[in-house]
Design a protein around this ligand. Structure first.
Ligand SMILES: *Cc1c(COP(=O)(O)O)cnc(C)c1O
Length: 430
């Protein structure tokens, strides 16, 4: 695509955009009486206008039916987790039975590690990315300790080569190969939250399996952002939150995926609760846990319906969009942001550089812009002008630069948003 550094160009792109009407389905936060330019959908997605309506429907059902709401009303609560299943499965490229919405991301990570991290004296290591999101680090560390192993020995962190910011697939594969016999699990992000790097999940899964390990991914920054084929890639398990690119509201319920080959595997250990119990006999309250088939068998508690209603709203919006068109727009929009940033950096000689992969196949919509000097000042100026991005401090010890992360989200961001960002960034950098 031929880009141009002009407002007219940006406006023409918005006019020609066949997905532009989706923006109207969201509430856009305001800054001094105008829509902000919102680039933090990677952190908290915007609110779909129908979210409140769907949540209120459940308040009404509760008022009208009381406990009977479990079986009465438009969406009986007993079955509520099933209403989002099909659409969520489409988003991650799985069968409906492989997916369930429940708990929160970190809780689901722990639950699935109970089943899929089963270390032995011979095979106990976990490969993960260095600088993983803190919650993931703590989950891995404490799981390892729970099994009586030493995290320093058991957790192998993949770090970029000296002077680089991204992981090379060849290095990931080499590390898997090197620890092969001792490797119990490969567990890493699908899209790295700091750099925006999209990993080759299929290749990593194949390599992990070849080494005799299980493979899981944290898709917090991938679900709703990049095309996923968990089932076909043979991924063993995955978890993700729904409040980033899936727009379901702060801290809302999370997704969990378990490959079909485990749907009916009684040998898997798990931490169970009554909602994972075979639904036909759940209310007989019998002794002895008999799981539901598939991902549903990992549920613990009855559905948090008020929260699930907001997930439902998110799914209804996403259901209306053709995922291929969404990805196409995403590539164009993020490509435009990249073009503008690179152009203005070349023009001004600013000490700033995008560290996210240049290859569009190796990223989603997020770009991470490393700023050498006074990045937080740049960030503050952008904020002052109604540009919502985030600033992550660097870490000198491991060579991490401070970055501004921006995520032009194709569902609600416009080319004009991206253009305004560039204009304000140029002003802030000079
Ligand atoms: C956002 C995010 C989380 C957040 O975990 P919660 O349990 O939802 O608080 C965890 N891991 C990664 C990689 C994330 O991006």
């Amino acid at each position: 695509m031929q880009y141009a550094y002009s407002k007219t160009f940006a406006r023409q792109q918005d006019k020609a955009d066949e997905l532009s009407h989706f923006r109207n389905m969201f509430h856009i936060p305001q800054h001094q009486g105008r829509d902000v330019h919102y680039f933090t959908g990677n952190s908290l997605g915007l609110q779909p206008k129908i979210a409140k309506e769907l949540v209120l429907e459940e308040f009404d059902a509760w008022a009208e039916y009381g406990v009977e709401g479990h079986f009465e009303g438009k969406r009986p609560w007993f079955h509520y987790h099933k209403f989002t299943k099909g659409m969520m499965a489409r988003i991650v490229g799985a069968l409906a039975s492989e997916v369930v919405v429940m708990n929160s991301l970190t809780v689901n990570l722990h639950l699935l590690m109970v089943s899929f991290y089963r270390p032995t004296q011979q095979r106990f290591k976990i490969i993960t990315e260095a600088g993983a999101f803190p919650s993931d680090q703590y989950a891995l560390e404490t799981q390892v300790r729970f099994h009586g192993f030493d995290p320093d020995e058991a957790i192998i962190e993949l770090a970029p080569r000296a002077g680089e910011h991204l992981l090379r697939t060849e290095d990931i594969l080499e590390t898997i190969d090197r620890h092969g016999e001792q490797l119990a699990l490969v567990m890493m992000g699908g899209v790295q939250y700091f750099t925006g790097q999209l990993f080759d999940m299929k290749t990593i899964t194949d390599a992990g399996h070849a080494a005799g390990a299980t493979v899981g991914f944290d898709l917090a920054h991938a679900a709703g952002n990049v095309p996923l084929q968990l089932h076909d890639w043979n991924v063993d398990f995955a978890v993700w939150c729904t409040y980033k690119y899936l727009n379901s509201g702060p801290g809302n319920l999370a997704g969990a995926y378990v490959h079909q080959r485990y749907a009916n595997d009684p040998s898997l250990p798990r931490f169970a609760g009554w909602w994972g119990y075979n639904e036909q006999q759940r209310f007989m309250m019998r002794k002895g846990f008999v799981p539901m088939l598939g991902a549903d068998g990992w549920q613990l508690s009855n559905v948090n319906v008020l929260s699930a209603a907001a997930v439902m709203a998110s799914m209804e919006v996403l259901h209306k969009v053709d995922p291929r068109k969404l990805r196409r727009k995403s590539l164009a929009l993020t490509g435009y942001a990249e073009y503008l940033i690179n152009t203005l950096v070349a023009k001004t000689g600013a000490k700033a550089r995008i560290i996210t992969p240049e290859n569009p196949e190796e990223r989603g919509c997020q770009l991470s812009l490393a700023i050498e000097e006074q990045g937080n000042k740049v960030f503050e100026q952008l904020t002052h002008h109604g540009i919502v991005v985030d600033w992550r401090e660097g870490n000198l010890a491991d060579g991490r630069p401070g970055v501004i992360r921006l995520a032009p989200v194709p569902l609600y961001n416009t080319f004009a948003d991206v253009y305004e960002f560039a204009v304000k960034l140029e002003a802030a950098l000079t």
